[in-house]
Each structure stands twice: as structure tokens, then as C-alpha cells.
Design a protein around this ligand. Structure first.
Ligand SMILES: [Zn+2]
Ligand SMILES: [Zn+2]
Length: 140
């Protein structure tokens, strides 16, 4: 999603509601089945910065770092940030929102993703997912 900067004139806010599909790639650590719902207000500050305020809703498919299973997590991300326009954006008179949205959303996820606080992980001996089945090593 990119928006003409001339639409975001001073004192004139632009309200945007759209579906963001950038997390649809299943190879991502954080992906989504349905597009993200983005609802934000944009306002131009001093011709150099754009303030983005609103919220982003998404149902994410994540991969647990301990047991490697996929799990689903709903996220509601509040956004209220001021972004400096890049040279490219100033010359094109366009504000690129997608990469900013992506950075804000990804910052909400911890470095280590866990399906549950007490996820038992995978047995190093037999490789079973200890959340789902009994360790087979014990049988020997
Ligand atoms: Zn897990
Ligand atoms: Zn085992």
C-alpha cells in the first residue's frame, strides 16, 4: 500500500482501512491465512514525516521454537509512530506503508516463539514431540 503524499496535506488526515497480504507467504516465521486488517489515520508533519496511528489485526500462524509445531495466535497491534520520509518517497510523492506496518508488527513477536509457556519440546533422544506423546527412550 502506498499513498500519495499530496493526499495527506497538513491538517488533513487520511483514514485508511485495507487488507494487507504481505504475511501470506507460508515460508515466513510469522505468516497469516487471512490478510491483516489495517485501520490507520495518516497525517503529515512538517512535510518530512508521516504519523501513522491506528491498529492492525491479524491471526498469525507461528512455529514454536521448542517443539517446531505450528500454532495460531491472534494479535491486535496498536500503532502510533512518526516515520521520516525517505528520499525516494519525497521524489515520488508517495508514502510506502507496507514496510512500516511489517516492522511494527514483527517487533511485537519475541525472538523465541513458544506455543505455550510450558511447552515440553522435543526429546533429544527419540525426537518425539513431548507435548503429544510419551518419550520412547524410557522403554529401552
Ligand atoms: Zn511448542
Ligand atoms: Zn525420548
Amino acid at each position: 500500500m502506498k499513498i500519495s503524499i499530496d493526499r495527506i496535506k497538513k491538517e488533513k488526515k487520511v483514514f485508511l482501512e485495507y487488507e494487507d497480504e504481505q504475511f501470506k507467504d507460508k515460508n515466513l516465521r510469522e505468516s497469516t491465512k487471512k490478510p491483516l486488517f489495517v485501520s490507520v489515520v495518516l497525517s503529515l508533519i512538517d512535510n518530512n514525516d508521516v504519523r501513522v496511528k491506528g491498529r492492525i489485526l491479524g491471526e498469525f500462524i507461528l512455529v514454536c521454537d521448542r517443539c517446531c509445531d505450528k500454532f495460531v495466535q491472534n494479535k491486535e497491534v496498536e500503532i502510533d509512530e512518526v516515520f521520516e520520509l525517505e528520499k525516494k518517497e519525497i521524489s515520488e510523492r508517495m508514502f510506502y506503508l507496507d514496510n512500516r506496518i511489517r516492522d511494527v508488527v514483527l517487533a511485537q513477536f519475541p525472538i523465541k516463539l513458544l506455543c505455550a509457556e510450558d511447552c515440553k519440546g522435543i526429546c533429544i533422544g527419540c525426537g518425539v514431540n513431548l507435548n503429544k506423546s510419551e518419550c520412547k527412550c524410557k522403554n529401552f
